[in-house]
Design a protein around this ligand. Sequence first.
Ligand code: AMP
Ligand code: ZN
Length: 465
Amino acid sequence: MIQIYNSQSRQKEVFKPITKGKVGMYCCGPTVYDYFHIGNARPFIMFDVFRRYLESQGYEVNYVQNFTDVDDKMIERARREGITVKELGERFIAEYFKDAGALGVRPATVHPKATEHMPQMIRLIEGLVDAGIAYEKDGSVYFHTPAFPEYGKLSGQNLEDLDSGARISVDDEKKNPLDFALWKAEKPNEPSWDSPWGRGRPGWHIECSAMSMEYLGAHFDIHCGGQDLLFPHHENEVAQSEGFTGHPFVNYWMHNGFLNIDNAKMSKSLGNFFTVRDILKEYDPEDVRMLLLSAHYRSPLNFSREMMMQAKASLTRLYTARERLLGLEATQKDKAGAKADGQLIQEMEEIQARFTAGMNNDFNTAEAMGALFELVYFINTKLFEHSAMEEIQKATEIFSGMTDIFGILSKKTDEIPAQVQTLASQRAQARKDKNWAQSDALRDQIASLGYVVEDSPQGQKLRKR
Ligand code: AMP
Ligand code: ZN
């Protein structure tokens, strides 16, 4: 039973999909005006892990993540670079896939682009105008918040509080300070599209309503994004979508906490702004995943050199555990072997159950990571001592099930355990020294671990027996 903290109800709720066995999930994607930064990596990686977990539990997940490829930042950057907004978008969408791929973030089922969904957005806006919830003014269209009395329900604010807070920025075109643009009338030298209100471009919020409903239907399961998007972006999505359909839009709203750098908010002016492209020059992508997985997604998370070093050390322990499993399997193959101990099998199943309980508890990866390290300890101690083939296989299956959900340990390296490689290099040295007795002794030792060493003109070759 999976429980999800729903930002809308501000409590954990049991997850019940709309259609049995299926999950529709929409995550707000990047605005493609630059390389994405390490803060953006948090939702991309965490929601990728939740998707993997849901799949491991038998759900078929339809995962949609958009690209915002037209907005003020895009227009401004394209102007500076002397290229079109379209060219800029294409460039940074390609860069997104490079960095996300390096981080082990699987491509979504669909990656819709805002600029390719104008008819869907226009249809929504027209519906809202027809319903009297939106109005046109000088070629722009605004959502009229007082016409949607539930406005504020997602972020838990009421219209009056919001209203008084918003008065300061009165905009003459709007009937109410909380009204927001659905369509913006064309300005010189900006990309624009035809619409019933003349040429113009869409507002940001309507993009996500249109694209999510296009691929997941008018009512779907999970909508995610960073906590900064709760208000106004997601609040406005609810207003637009429910204003249009007259029924609920999303069942579970999930928001990740922010990533800070050395305990400070990341910002270009503070000089602590890092793109993933920069970070990956210095660190392994799996170190980044380890760091993010070590905290619950809703907690704030600090990114520092020290934290990265810890993540790297933890990851090394996991790779070593995998090598040890491979080594145990290689040594055990030829032996008559110990009989499996039911007690040990049960202990592994209990560790697995704790992993699942952690993930079921609002995707608490920190808790689940704890269970993975319990398994590492188990491998290094009890399994190392007993090691019946059935136990080794069980440990391998549970271990790789967990690391696949986390999307780590993807490096295949060589399957030959470090121990065997060390013996082989000692043997190469012994042969150089013409110490044939030692060379033979090392060959036997390697053989006892299940590997064969062959001498060739290019040097030694190792293979599993
Ligand atoms: P943007 O391209 O700015 O719209 O951001 C893409 C995603 O990254 C959104 O879900 C944001 O909420 C999220 N995000 C942006 N900055 C951070 C941060 N420092 N920590 C965590 N998430 C962030
Ligand atoms: Zn969005």
